[in-house]
Ligand binder design. Structure first.
Ligand code: TYM
Length: 331
């Protein structure tokens, strides 16, 4: 039985990209592996958050974790800030990190650019990866299921684990990344060379898991394609239509070849309607379950139990780390 860890930021409503790129796969792991799924709210505050909005987003994400089919009897579901070992090991990982390697992270470069000069770039954006490394390493994780955009973060996690092991002795398991073959990068509906993102300012670019059916259809109809009106897969030259094909393939489990055959001679209008329909049907039961969970006491119980279970495992790793580093009073 392998250990699986992954996290999602409660920095907005979950997108179809989050779901197809990462969360959908979580449900597959739960029957065979020891799974930890986290709401990484301390990562979310690396950029300013409105407190009430953040509180809502945390709860919505927790309810969505259950709504997609995660079973709390099989997985440990918890909120990062409720397990203090994350921040503690996060600090230790920060002290092991070099500023140069943190500055080279593409996510840091992208996000810091939006904040202007060094005087207004939140330092948490720079120290984001060591906290993420802590998340993963606390559980002696074997596999981290994530989308493509997290690759660099998993690589630095491996480097930090190795660095600690070399310096203080074998402590951390070196985790491996798991990305889906198709869907590791769902693209924006408006700028299909850019990934679909929670924080896109153009609201037509992103499908949110809690969007109403009519809105999904509207966004699909507006999706950028090309002028060929031919449904065939070419990520470079036909990025828009290829993205829609990938979404359709992931939801229906049809291959890209099958989709090309199915839509041979048919136009974009019909295809867009059909993609909207499969998305709507796929997320309808998720939305229904979400409504049952979001205001329930059951959800609070799941999160309370999850934090206790996670903390137990995390504390064992952190104690060992503190011993080895000489932080603890006695060995
Ligand atoms: P976050 O919250 O941005 O995204 C959550 C998950 O969704 C994936 N994802 C996508 N996959 C395909 N296409 C897209 N357009 C798309 N957008 C997002 C992400 O790759 C991710 O798997 N740093 C992480 C959160 C984190 C974490 C961790 C993840 C913190 N600690 C430990 C794993 C392990 C993040 O910002 O994900």
């Amino acid at each position: 039985m392998a250990v699986i860890f992954s996290g999602v930021q409660p920095s907005g409503t979950i997108t179809l990209g989050n779901y197809l790129g990462a969360m959908k796969s979580f449900t597959k792991y739960q029957n065979e592996h020891e799974c930890y799924f986290c709401i990484v709210n301390q990562h979310a505050i690396t950029v300013p958050q409105e407190p009430n909005q953040l509180r809502n987003n945390i709860r919505n994400l927790a309810a969505l974790y259950l709504a997609i089919g995660l079973d709390p009897d099989k997985v440990t579901l918890f909120i990062q800030s409720e397990v203090p070992e994350h921040a503690k090991l996060g600090w230790i990982m920060t002290t092991l990190s070099y500023i140069g390697e943190l500055e080279r992270m593409t996510q840091y470069k992208d996000k810091s650019q939006r904040h202007g000069s060094g005087d207004s770039i939140p330092a948490g954006l720079l120290t984001y990866p060591p906290l993420m490394a802590a998340d993963i390493l606390l559980y002696q994780t074997d596999y981290v299921p994530v989308g493509d955009d997290q690759k660099q973060h998993i690589e630095i996690t491996r480097d930090l684990a190795q660095r600690f092991n070399n310096r203080y002795g074998e402590t951390f398991k070196i985790p491996a990344i798991h990305t889906p073959e198709v869907g590791a990068r769902i693209m924006s509906l408006q700028e299909p060379k850019k990934k679909m993102s929670k924080s896109d300012v153009n609201s037509s670019a992103t499908i949110f898991l809690l969007d109403e059916p009519e809105l999904i259809l509207k966004k699909l109809k507006k999706a950028q394609t090309d002028s060929e009106n031919r449904i065939s897969y070419d990520k470079e030259l036909k990025a828009g239509i290829s993205n829609l094909m990938a979404i359709y393939a992931l939801i229906t489990s049809k291959s890209i070849k099958e989709i090309e055959q199915l839509y041979d001679g048919k136009g974009y209008g019909q295809f867009k309607n059909d993609v909207a329909e499969v998305i709507i049907e796929a997320i309808r039961p998720i939305q229904e379950r979400y409504k049952e969970f979001v205001n329930s006491d059951y959800l609070d119980q799941v999160l309370t139990d999850g934090a206790a279970k996670a903390s137990q495992k995390a504390a064992a790793t952190l104690n060992k780390v503190e011993d080895l580093m000489g932080l603890s009073r006695r060995r």
